[in-house]
Ligand binder design. Structure first.
Ligand code: UD1
Ligand code: CA
Length: 470
């Protein structure tokens, strides 16, 4: 059943002790608020990120839109949720007040609309749970359904107070609770599904006469019950609805997301020697029979082809790795690797690097904005920048492209099957033809024709019996 989502994200997040807005902190590379928005978008059947309309007014009556309440450090939060309708809460007077600020947007919705309210600081909530919450309210024919969970130590959460027949009566905040109420282990997750018209009718009745002097959204539950409306609870596993208020909770939630993501990849056929030590950001695509060794980090828009082995100690960001690649102790950013490429140990592939099939970037090799042709090897201690290497090229140990003359970057071109002697300095712009050879230790500043040998070094001086003469 369709529903509108309202995400509360205007709070200050003081306990993060940060210059950054709480909901802008990232978990596996994705901002906290995005986890919530994407889950809500998936739950309403909209592809993540596709909610945006060219003209925001076009989507205002869309019964499945997402509305975000922003306030504190809103300049940081706003750019993260361009696909949602924004409402600004200038003064943070509580979660109930935050919903009041959205009133004019909510009044544009159909009177019988269903409204899911989520906290912006619960990034572990899943689309399945949000859908189940909305379905539970429909099934219970309730005016409101609260998403709840049980904790042995419920400190800081609002508690669900039920009557002897187990019916939900109200929610009491920790700071307002009596010792008996505090003993209750059923907690409010901060997620609810409301029948919109009933909610709008109760909002005006909220007061801030409580321990925190805030307008609590939680109080509408007691008001509903006082009016004889049905309120139910939908209980879920605690992990999904943990709120993040501190860096410790941020780390724990990241850990939970890591496990969730890794489990999905393992179930899809990815091997992980120690999944606790592999970090894969959402959106990374991994084919089956990939092996990820400890301390491998895959981030951004990265894809890894079947049969590749990555790690240990490897980070790949915004890159495509083909099939059958072996990547050991390597940092790869913005690169494209075709099939059967070998990297490392300790290689660094920077943006614009293309490694054609069967090529190699070996130990202590840095490559930037360059194409290494198929089956070409850069095995040891090299810097290759702004270069185009043909196929079957061999680059001797310690060879460097001197691509920068202090003013501009210049290109180096090396033809098929060229053999570059060890420690050659290729002073760009320069071209080495196909099948050409450069002598070890040469500084090559002039183009080398096809099949030629280019040597640039002084004649060796040898003094016989040097030791005796000393
Ligand atoms: C809230 C609930 C509590 C629940 C807990 C779950 C209330 C009164 N309490 O408490 O019952 O157990 O969440 O995590 O609702 N926000 C605004 N504007 C405001 C205040 C808050 O937008 O004026 C937003 C915050 O950014 C946050 C969410 O609302 O995303 C919850 O606010 P927070 O202050 O963290 O509430 P809790 O004390 O955690
Ligand atoms: Ca909170």
């Amino acid at each position: 059943m369709p529903f509108t989502t309202l995400i509360l994200a205007a709070g200050a997040g003081t306990r993060m002790k940060s210059e950054r807005a709480k909901v802008a902190h990232t978990l596996l590379g994705k901002p906290m608020i995005r986890w919530v928005v994407d889950a809500a978008a998936a739950a309403t059947g909209l592809a993540a990120g596709s909610v945006a309309a060219a003209n925001p007014s076009d989507q205002r009556t869309d019964a499945t839109q997402i509305i975000t309440v922003i306030g504190h450090q809103r300049e940081q939060v706003e750019p993260l949720v361009p696909d949602t309708t924004l409402v600004v809460q200038e003064e943070r007077l509580g979660t109930g007040h935050a919903v009041m600020m959205a009133r004019s947007k909510l009044l544009e919705l159909p009177a019988d609309a269903s409204l899911v309210v989520l906290n912006g600081d619960t990034p572990l909530i899943t689309a399945a749970t949000i859908s189940a919450l909305a379905a539970a309210r429909a099934e219970d024919a309730a005016a409101a359904t609260v998403l709840t969970f049980k904790l042995d130590d419920p400190t800081n959460y609002g508690r669900i107070i039920r009557d002897p027949a187990d019916k939900v009566l109200r929610i009491v905040e920790e700071k307002d609770a009596t010792p008996e109420e505090r003993a209750c282990k059923e907690c409010n997750s901060g997620a609810y599904c409301f029948e919109l018209s009933a909610l709008l009718a109760q909002l005006d009745k909220l007061s801030n006469d409580n321990a925190q002097g805030e307008y609590y959204l939680t109080d509408v539950i007691g008001l509903y019950v006082a009016e004889g409306l049905t309120v139910t609870a939908h209980i879920v596993d605690a992990e999904e609805v943990q709120g993040i208020n501190s860096r410790v909770q941020l780390a724990l939630a990241s850990k939970a997301l890591q496990r969730r993501i890794n489990k999905e990849h393992m179930e899809a056929g990815v091997t992980m020697l120690d999944p606790e030590l592999v970090w894969v950001e959402p959106g990374v695509e991994i084919e089956n029979d990939v092996e990820l060794l400890p301390l491998t980090f895959l981030g951004g828009a990265t894809r890894v082809g079947s049969g590749s082995v990555l790690g240990p100690n490897t980070r790949v960001t915004d890159s495509t790795i083909g099939r059958g690649c072996h990547i050991v102790e390597t940092e790869i950013v913005g690169a494209l690797l075709e099939d059967n490429v070998a990297c490392g140990p300790r290689a660094y592939l920077r943006p614009g690097t293309v490694m054609k099939a069967g090529s190699k970037a070996g130990t202590h090799v840095e490559i930037k904005n360059s194409t290494v042709g198929s089956n070409s090897k850069v095995p040891h201690l090299s810097y290759i920048g702004d270069a185009t290497l043909g196929s079957d090229v061999n680059i001797g140990a310690g060879t460097i492209t001197c691509n920068y003359d202090g003013i501009s970057k210049n290109p180096t071109t090396i033809g098929d099957r060229a053999f570059i002697g060890s420690a050659t300095m290729l002073i760009a712009p320069v071209t080495v033809g196909a099948d050409a050879v450069t002598g070890a230790g040469s500084a090559i500043a002039k183009d080398v024709p096809e099949s030629a040998l280019a040597l640039e070094r002084n004649k060796q001086t040898t003094i016989e019996n040097w030791k005796e003469r000393q």
